[in-house]
Write a protein that binds this ligand. Structure first.
Ligand code: NAP
Ligand code: GDD
Length: 341
């Protein structure tokens, strides 16, 4: 019998890769989508003809809808990827972020507890939980949490309620504590994609420069396709547990940007300091990068660097795509996309 998976957040970056991965493993894949006034299915349109792929309207904040879907679909595994996932935006909509990213997780767990506690549950936890203590890097499953944003605080609640339902009700509920993972399908308001889209538009003559916030924060960036395999492995392990998935490498935003410009043959020269710093094309002298304070956050996470050794040892999971290949993949994809538009 084919296994049945239910994915919340199926229209997002990770939801699309996870759907493809599970369909290849012969799962029947169900996803919850919200009603939009425009098309929200860009990342999953290639799957809509698949006979094992089903979409249902719903919302992580609507508990009766979640209960109905759990009852109707009766999945073997639930992957909770739905979230207001943008850290910067969470400062603008903190209450909404708490409802969706935090309490939404409880609503789904409650539906599972009441309807079928044998369902396995994956929670999309995050390295943003580690947040503000750079001296604790590299961060692993035993590193103390110190979230620095309404998003991080909401995910902290979701992390603990997942662990609590595991301990209280013996539900197979697991946290994947995932460090940043990117791809050509990454939302355009996350810094990596903003950079690769910006470069492609500059090359196509559709944009002058890229305006960014903090150039010096460090992130542990991997490829989303590698990480969805890790999510699945977490639920196939014989006991429910929490795992860090990361590359074990960290780079500044500035390094990501320089590496990406390098692929199109442009060397960036930096001049000025702080909010007056600018990145110039070393050949033409044109300003290609500047700093705009509107992209600064009220509080920043300066350094994320994950230690994935528990997942490597217990799950035999390891990232495959290097930082350089990730940047290349994203730049190439956007060059193609924006030269055709
Ligand atoms: P994403 O591209 O922003 O996707 C978020 C998904 O959640 C979208 O499908 C969105 O649907 C859905 N969603 C938002 N609000 C919802 C609601 N009220 N009800 C139902 N669905 C809702 O995020 P991602 O990068 O794929 O990340 C997936 C999950 O992993 C998120 O929980 C994120 O916080 C977490 N995470 C991500 C990373 C990373 O680096 N990517 C790292 C650690 C953890 P719409 O299309 O309708 O907006
Ligand atoms: N988005 C954005 N836009 N970030 C910028 C910009 C800009 O113009 N300029 C500098 N940055 C900096 C941010 O301040 C942050 O330090 C870093 O670039 C990465 O920002 P994002 O790409 O927005 O990702 P994030 O690290 O805040 O959050 C992502 O990763 C988390 C895991 O660590 C999201 O995917 C979260 O959902 C996820 O939990």
């Amino acid at each position: 019998m084919a296994k049945i998976a239910l994915i919340t957040g199926i229209t997002g970056q990770d939801g699309s890769y996870l759907s493809e991965f599970l369909l290849q493993k012969n799962y029947e894949v169900h996803g919850i989508i919200r009603r939009h006034s425009t098309n929200c299915k860009e990342r999953i349109s290639q799957l809509e003809e698949n006979k094992n792929f089903f979409l249902h309207y719903g919302d992580i904040s609507d508990s009766s809808n979640l209960a109905n879907l759990i009852r109707e679909i009766n999945p073997d595994e639930v992957y909770n990827l739905a979230a207001q996932s943008h850290v910067g935006t969470s400062f603008e909509v903190p209450e909404y972020t708490a409802e969706v990213t935090g309490v939404g997780t409880l609503k789904l767990l409650e539906a599972i507890r009441q309807i079928n506690p044998k369902i396995k549950f994956y929670q999309a936890s995050t390295s943003e939980l580690f947040g503000g203590i750079p001296e604790t890097a590299p961060q692993n499953e035993n590193t103390p949490f110190y979230p620095k944003s309404p998003y991080g605080c909401a995910k902290l609640y979701a992390f603990w309620i997942t662990k609590n339902y595991r301990e209280s009700y013996k539900i197979f509920a697991c946290n994947g504590i995932l460090f940043n993972h990117e791809s050509p399908r990454r939302g355009e308001d996350f810094v990596t994609r903003k950079i690769t889209v910006g470069i492609a538009k500059i090359i196509a003559g559709k944009q002058e420069k890229i305006s960014l916030g903090n150039l010096n924060s460090k992130r542990d960036w991997g490829f989303a396709g590698d990480y969805v395999e890790g999510m699945w492995k977490i639920l196939q392990h014989d006991t429910a547990d929490d795992f860090v998935l990361a590359t074990g490498e960290t780079h500044t935003v500035r390094e990501f940007l320089e590496t990406a410009f390098n692929y199109v043959g442009i060397k960036i020269e930096w001049r000025g300091e702080g909010i007056n710093e600018k990145g110039f094309c070393s050949k033409t002298g044109k300003i290609l990068v500047d700093v705009n304070t509107k992209f600064f956050r009220p509080a920043e996470v300066d350094l994320l660097l994950g230690d994935p050794s528990k997942a490597e040892k217990i799950l035999n999971w390891k990232r495959k795509i290097s930082f350089e290949n990730l940047v290349k993949m994203m730049v190439e994809s956007d060059l193609k996309k924006f030269s055709q538009e």
